[in-house]
Ligand binder design. Structure first.
Ligand SMILES: Cc1ncc(COP(=O)(O)O)c(C=O)c1O
Length: 500
């Protein structure tokens, strides 16, 4: 009797999680389990699966912040149960948001008068901010066209083909045509002259990027503004500019204060910036700032009062967390202008070290520019045997996540690797990354080339090649690829055994 009791008590409460039945049973995947489980077991199961995710600190694919100070982590955890939208219940959180909007508007030189409030709102990220900006432009354009008795069924936005996917989303979701200025080899940002040529009476705005996602470059917003000023004078269309400063908005004010890209330029009517990129806050915060309240049509702002007060809202979602807004305010007052300047300059320094290390291998062309967002984009000088995609794949085994991709139209034939430098990427890590790239190159040099695949492609398309030849070539490619796979298996197996 005593023994039975002891067994059941042990089973439920005394065994370590790993001695319990929960680690023997299949992980619930598709259907909610019938029975509950102890919190320790639930934690362990999820934690163990998550160990197979990449390490965020080594994820150089992303601009998004992966480290904050413990004091800020504490504030974040303390606010994790606050719904931001309950402004009456959490008036201080709302006040912190307004202070952030004001600080950013000031940083971007918005013409805010003595007793005026800056016009802007916190969002989940730059994508939501861009949706809101786009909607405001669309509505303003519709109002103007209606007043002139003109049709409103064909709005468009002019951008470079290098825009981030959120612009394509906006275009599709909100039925606006995206007119993209094509890129060309060696020039991977929007050409302002071509952009202004593409502007017509249905253009709701031209979107310029401060810190292109692909190569870190800043587009020339000043030139765009000057060209548009001329065109607007000639046509009377009044086409405005939106600046997508997702990453550059927290770089340019600190490193290039004299660069005119923001509300100092009269046709810039709204700017978005990601708080979770160089605003130095974890994922979940962006900002949209309008030049003046006239640039945000009043009819897009909803007023709700069921939570207590008359509350204006202009966001796509209703409920959302408060933590990242609070974290943004923490960073602003903790770091100040001086702190941001130091962190961003350090990032640039680390990007330089990485770039020099990569250049020294003699195998890459550096595609990114010196001025802009701290990242290094680089392409292989010779990809006749191996590609940047193979390098990206091989670096994963050291823990590095470094994406490889092809450029947008008309530079699709250029494939690059891109490493984003964030605050928490140390000089030591930069040096290690270079060593690992060198190692991968050495290993690849000993691998059979994958160039045979290209030969088959050429043979398939060549009109004078008979189908027998194609079959023979295909067979030889298959053999080559099998050989590559066999080689990699051997290499990986030896690594596992600690031989090399
Ligand atoms: C230029 C640009 N715009 C917009 C975005 C989307 O930003 P978010 O991830 O904050 O929605 C990105 C993301 O990398 C970006 O680089």
């Amino acid at each position: 009797m005593v023994l039975t009791e002891l067994v059941s008590a042990t089973d439920e409460y005394l065994h370590s999680t790993f001695a319990s039945r929960y680690v023997r049973d299949p992980v619930p995947r598709f259907k909610m389990p019938e029975r509950s489980m102890p919190k320790e077991a639930a934690y362990q199961m999820i934690n163990d699966e998550l160990m197979l995710d990449g390490n965020p600190r080594l994820n150089l694919a992303s601009f998004v912040t992966t480290w904050m100070e413990p004091e800020c982590d504490k504030l974040i955890m303390e606010a994790v149960n606050k719904n931001y939208v309950d402004v009456d219940e959490y008036p201080v959180t709302t006040e912190l948001q307004n202070r952030c909007v004001s600080m950013i508007a000031y940083l971007f030189h918005a013409p805010v008068g003595e007793n005026e409030m800056a016009v802007g709102v916190g969002t989940v990220g730059s994508s939501e901010a861009i949706m809101l900006a786009g909607l405001a432009f669309k509505r303003k354009w519709q109002q103007k066209r209606k007043a002139e008795g003109k049709p409103i069924d064909n709005p468009n936005i002019v951008t470079g083909a290098n825009v981030q996917v959120c612009w394509e989303k906006f275009a599709r979701y909100f039925e606006v045509e995206l007119k993209e200025v094509k890129l060309r080899e060696g020039y991977y940002i929007m050409d302002p002259e071509k952009a202004v040529e593409m502007v017509d009476e249905n253009t709701i705005c031209v979107a310029a990027i401060l810190g292109s996602t692909l190569t870190r470059e800043f587009e020339d917003v000043k030139l765009l503004n000057d060209l548009l000023t001329k065109k607007n004078e000639e046509t009377g269309w009044g086409t405005p500019i939106h600046v997508d400063a997702a990453s550059g908005g927290f770089i340019a004010p600190f490193l290039y204060p004299d660069l005119e890209w923001d509300f100092r330029l009269p046709w810039v009517k709204s700017i978005n910036v990601s708080g979770h990129k160089y605003g130095l806050v974890y994922a979940g915060v962006g900002w949209i700032i309008w030049r003046t309240k006239e640039d945000l049509p009043d009819e897009l702002v909803f007023r709700i009062n069921y939570l207590g007060s008359d509350q204006p809202t202009f966001t796509l979602n209703f409920s959302k967390g408060s933590s990242t807004i609070i974290a943004q305010y923490y960073q602003f007052i903790r770091l100040g202008f001086e702190g941001y300047q130091n962190i961003i300059s350090n990032c640039m320094g680390k990007a330089r070290i990485l770039r020099e290390g990569i250049e020294k291998t003699g195998r890459f062309n550096i595609v990114s520019k010196e001025v802009g967002v701290p990242l290094v984009a680089f392409s292989l000088k010779d990809s006749s045997k191996h590609t940047v995609f193979e390098i990206s794949e091989s670096l994963i085994r050291f823990g590095w996540i470094i994406p490889a991709y092809t450029m947008p139209a008309d530079a699709e034939h250029i494939a690059v690797l891109r490493a984003v430098i964030r605050e928490d990427f140390s000089r030591g890590l930069a040096e290690r990354l270079v060593t690992h790239i060198e190692q991968v190159l050495k290993e690849m040099d000993n691998l059979p080339s994958r160039v045979a695949a290209k030969l088959v492609q050429a043979a398939t398309t060549a009109e004078d090649v008979c189908s027998e030849n194609v079959t023979r070539l295909k067979k030889s490619v298959r053999e080559t690829q099998e050989e590559v796979t066999r080689y990699w298996r051997r290499l990986v197996d030896r690594k596992k055994a600690g031989v090399c």
